[in-house]
Design a protein around this ligand. Structure first.
Ligand code: GLA
Length: 378
């Protein structure tokens, strides 16, 4: 990827730039908890977006996407937003840095990536944090702190892409560290690295390749449900709620909102239980909690779909330690914690059964926990 980006950059702009990269993420557990002030437990992975960038001495940004084979150009003023969706992420990053008093001058860039799109691995957060990190390095002497870089990515989603997301993806992408998962408390923003050395196990994602149409922005709707319940409870976020408090107001909220909040409250405890279990090397408990999360996301939060429920059933039948839908939902992939000795059988069975039912195999994505945003050294 590096040499391809290098040669295309040279060909398009006749010079060399500096290379930066950032990563997609997995999340072991703690789904839809970030915007509820809860805990998440993500890690950056070995699938990246890489960009070569050089200042061009103008007030224009010129970017070429190798994978989409498209060129975009925009100025750094709000009224110059580019037409292409992919370029709006980069435009958003520039605007959000400027809005915070940071500096962005014109630059040329070429980028490519191997983060699967639409699989729930946050390719958009990888793109955002790659450019946020790069522009901090190139124009701001690295004075913008890492949390602010993550927030710049998150605000880009809110203000330029219509997704009212939490902080998890951008946090994971900026703070990711090789061989470590991170527990982030999304209320206090305290975080801790947890070495992830699951000897005898593999982490593998099965991408269903299914993307259900997101009419009415169901992600934002889930968030609204949670906020409504928090308001009725008189708390800032569902982090401050428990089942007793929720049950006490059950009659004054809709059944739908009740089950959304129930899932979030239960998931908060599951993340902490998984962190404890991981420290003790108790992978059985880690896995059990992952299945519970799937159940909650499917039945109570309703962000799964038949294809992902089926992948989850297959994992159970094959004796996989833990499995669940990962990411925002409505399609995408499952994350599976699989013992080495049953790995091959699980993968073969999942491919065969899924293909028989849905006419295509899921894409198998083994992941290695890796570094997040960084400058790529030669
Ligand atoms: C998406 C969002 C995140 C988070 C997850 C669900 O990936 O971008 O902020 O809410 O969904 O856990």
């Amino acid at each position: 990827m590096k040499s391809k980006i290098n040669s295309i950059f040279k060909e398009k702009f006749g010079k060399n730039g500096t290379l930066y990269a950032s990563a997609g993420r997995i999340n072991l557990i703690g789904e839809h908890t970030d915007y509820n002030g809860g805990f998440v437990f993500p890690g950056a992975i070995d699938k990246v977006i890489m960009a070569e960038i050089a200042p061009n001495g103008t007030d224009k940004v010129r970017v070429f996407s190798i994978d989409i084979n498209e060129f975009a150009e925009f100025g750094l003023n709000e009224s110059d937003a580019p037409a292409q969706q992919w370029a709006r992420y980069i435009f958003g990053i520039c605007r959000e840095i400027i809005k915070r008093g940071g500096k962005v001058e014109g630059f040329d860039a070429v980028f490519a990536g191997n983060v699967p799109l639409g699989a729930g691995l946050s390719s958009s957060a990888a793109l955002e944090s790659c450019f946020a990190f790069a522009l901090n390095d190139l124009f701001n002497g690295n004075t913008i702190d890492k949390f602010e870089l993550a927030r710049i990515g998150q605000s880009t989603e809110h203000n330029y892409c219509g997704v009212n997301c939490g902080i998890m993806d951008q946090f994971a992408s900026v703070f990711g560290k090789k061989d470590n998962l991170m527990r982030l408390d999304c209320r206090s923003m305290e975080y801790e690295y947890f070495p992830f050395k699951a000897d005898g196990y593999k982490l593998v994602l099965l991408d269903s390749k299914v993307k259900h149409a997101l009419v009415d922005s169901p992600y934002n709707k889930r968030r609204e449900s949670c906020e409504r319940v928090a308001k009725t409870l008189g708390v800032e976020t569902l982090r401050d709620a428990d089942m007793e408090k929720l049950n006490a107001i059950r009659d004054s909220i809709t059944a739908e909102d009740y089950f959304r909040a129930k899932y979030v409250i239960e998931e908060k405890d599951r993340v902490l239980a998984v962190c404890d279990a991981l420290v003790k090397g108790d992978m059985e408990t880690v896995g059990e909690k992952m299945y519970e999360t799937h159940e909650g996301l499917s039945k109570d939060y309703e962000v799964s779909c038949v294809e992902l429920d089926y992948l989850n059933d297959i994992a159970r039948e094959c004796g996989v330690t833990g499995s669940r839908i990962m990411g925002g939902g409505f399609g995408g992939c499952t994350i599976n914690l699989v013992k080495d000795e049953i790995y091959d059988n699980f993968i073969e069975t999942a491919k065969k059964k899924f293909n028989e039912k849905y006419g295509h195999e899921p894409v198998v994505i083994p992941v290695v926990i890796s570094d997040g945003a960084h400058k790529v050294l030669d």
